[in-house]
Design a binder for this molecule. Sequence first.
Ligand code: SF4
Length: 311
Amino acid sequence: MLEDRIYTLNTYYRRMFGEKIYKLSLNPGTTCPNRDGTCGTGGCTFCSAGGSGDFTASPAIAMKEQLEFARSLVRAKGARRYVAYFQAFTGTYAPLSYLEPLYASVLSEEDVLGLSIGTRPDCIPDEVIALLVNLRSRFDKPVFIELGLQTMNESVAAACNRGYRNEVFEDAVRRLAAVKIPVTVHMILGLPQETREEMLDGIRAVCRLPISGIKLQQLHILKGTAMEKTYENHPEQFAMMDESCYISTVAQAVALIPPHIAIHRLTGDGPKKLLIMPLYTANKKHMLSAIETYLREHDIMQGQALLETFS
Ligand code: SF4
């Protein structure tokens, strides 16, 4: 079992809530400053038209209905308690007068035990942090933040049109940690022009910050993205990792992640209808099983490389 070797999200939630918790993917209807022209247009080059909301309901659907729909997707698995997850676009990028009732409506649901918000580090002003702290104490439920960093390599990030520098990310993490809001960081392995050693250096650097979780996934080239066009015109710029290369790289990353940081994701599951490359990622069950087998056969435990460094 993966739980024997890594600190999973499942374990993280069980420790916090004392039971199995399911995440409900919701669309808060917010846009993104990297799409609306505030800090850029066109978005990050790997981001599809639906952003991270390719699996969520339309933002036009009322939040109550979105919640009910998301519950219906996991009810057959025995799901009874949830963390609501605002996934599409930038979940803190709106006036407080929009965000406050939105967050409160979700937190007021009895079976929703917490709220996780996906956003960008340049969209977390102190007023938003104050709102989150206020809601956390009003509802007595935790609020989590997820940040799409993707890489710590500034030139790779600039080539992806990420739209902010690492110092902005580091500042947001520190301000959130100061009020004990847990932060999870999304990282992509395999971005163009980033070597495996640079990816792993990025993981090391991120894990030195006061974060509580990390999500890892391989680069997906999706239909309709700027990256798709570059891939078509300049395939030589893409050293796409094959399945075995990705598995060994993610295993090396696991060994570098300190055991107090929960690993929420080991492989991406991009929308199949949009996925161009790499096709092996479409079978998530197979990928997780192959990663688990690799960790077992190579006797790799989370954080093991750190222990070896200090022994
Ligand atoms: S990845 Fe996130 S920050 Fe980048 S364009 Fe998409 S929604 Fe915006």
